[in-house]
Design a protein around this ligand. Structure first.
Ligand code: PLP
Length: 396
């Protein structure tokens, strides 16, 4: 919690800042969960969520965080002994692989390290080396929030569709939906995962699975699916209560409705453009800082997410910088996955979350505070970062 006066900016990569209309929408009495108005509102949420993911596929809504979604997706389309392919460039891919292993699946992991995007050819080669089609799904993290790398799932999806391998493509868009351009149907993604608390600007606790016809057909071939994760009734409930396999998350639904109103009013293309410009302002500043000191952008050019930026400064600079910025109302994210959690090396990394309810004032303010922090913490850095960032915001 910020100890300074004034409004803080929770600049961690999720949960993200809640817009005032979202907060206000939650501040109302809990409705009767059998009120038709709640059902009607939920229908509009399910409708608008399709637009956000660029798909005609229906969405199943779960009371869960992102980790639950990993399990939900696998529970519907795999059974113990099946094989999945997991390309990895960050700890979220490894976390998903671990969930798969613990569910009794055989995991083939393709490691791309912490600074390279997925190589579609290598993934396709692994599928081609599986003539018996034992691999049931490719688990693709779109943006790995630990490294800030955005992977080209569009190229992967199209390559998979062009091949005769029937594996499903399951995309973890938890960090990036509503931030980075994502086109579920055009890219050939079969199942998309997203959670409420990042680009969707709502409190943590609700998760979404968009499921296309191919994935639904695979589910129909399963003998048994654990009841809570089964998406069948959630996609086609006989009555509203089944949509959530129990009581609806009422205040979360009010929050989501308000958040989707904001996204729909701005337009998803404009939302992506806003994120792109804010991200470019951050990279421009970071590149200048890099010129005169140890600060480094982690993700390679061309594969940087518009939702989160992972940085290294070496030593314990990340921890010191975060502590200093906190006192000025800017909460930066801890480094994740770059070094073992809690190890001395982990103190050299930090992340900036710029997802969801963000604008030029917040990003330029955060960058200014970081620059002041670099100076206060005596971390050498190049000059001209703020000017470079303001030029991007100005469109010059
Ligand atoms: C945040 C995140 C998760 C985990 O979500 P939780 O809600 O913390 O369980 C998984 N994958 C990605 C890419 C994320 O950004």
């Amino acid at each position: 919690m910020s100890k300074s006066f004034g409004r803080g900016y929770l600049a961690i990569p999720g949960p993200s800042v809640l817009p005032d209309p979202v907060l206000q929408a939650m501040m109302q009495p809990v409705p009767n969960i059998y009120d038709p108005a709640l059902e009607a509102m939920t229908d509009t949420i399910r409708r608008d969520l399709k637009q956000v993911a660029r798909t005609v596929a229906p969405v199943a809504i779960y009371i869960t965080n992102g980790h639950g979604l990993w399990e939900a997706a696998l529970a519907n389309v795999t059974r113990p002994g099946d094989k999945v392919l997991v390309p990895a460039n960050g700890i979220f891919a490894h976390g998903w692989a671990e969930v798969a292993t613990r569910m009794g699946l055989e995991v083939e992991l393709i490691e791309f390290g912490k600074q390279s995007a997925f190589d579609t050819d290598r993934i396709m080669a692994a599928l081609e080396a599986d003539p018996d089609h034992r691999i049931r799904a490719v688990l693709g993290v779109f943006v790995d929030t630990s490294t800030g790398i955005r992977n080209d799932l569009g190229a992967l999806g199209q390559a998979m569709r062009a091949s005769d391998h029937p594996a499903l493509l399951i995309a973890d868009c938890i960090a990036s939906l509503g931030c980075d351009r994502f086109e579920m149907d055009a890219w050939g993604v079969d199942i998309t995962l997203a959670a409420s608390q990042k680009g969707l600007m709502s409190p943590p606790g609700v998760g979404f699975l968009w499921v296309n016809a191919r994935a639904q057909a695979v589910r129909e071939g399963q003998e048994q699916v654990s009841p809570y994760w089964d998406w069948r009734q959630r996609l086609n409930p006989e009555w509203f209560y089944q949509l959530f396999f129990g009581t609806a998350p009422t205040q979360h639904l009010f929050a989501l409705r308000a958040a989707l109103d904001l996204l729909m009013a701005e337009g998803i293309e404009a939302v992506w453009t806003r994120h792109a410009r804010l991200a470019r302002a951050i990279w421009a500043a970071c590149e200048r800082w890099s010129e005169g000191g140890p600060l480094k952008l982690n993700a390679p050019q061309g594969h940087r997410s518009h939702a989160v930026t992972a940085l290294g400064v070496g030593g314990d600079g990340g921890d010191r910088l975060r502590a200093w910025c906190e006192g000025q109302g800017v909460t930066l994210g801890i480094g994740l996955g770059m070094a073992p959690l809690g190890s001395p090396e982990a103190a050299g990394f930090f992340r900036i979350g710029h997802m969801g309810h963000v604008n030029g004032h917040m990003v330029l303010g955060a960058l200014s505070v970081i620059e002041a922090g670099l100076t206060a913490c005596e971390i050498p850095h190049g000059v001209g970062a703020l000017e470079a960032a303001t030029r991007v915001i100005a469109g010059r």
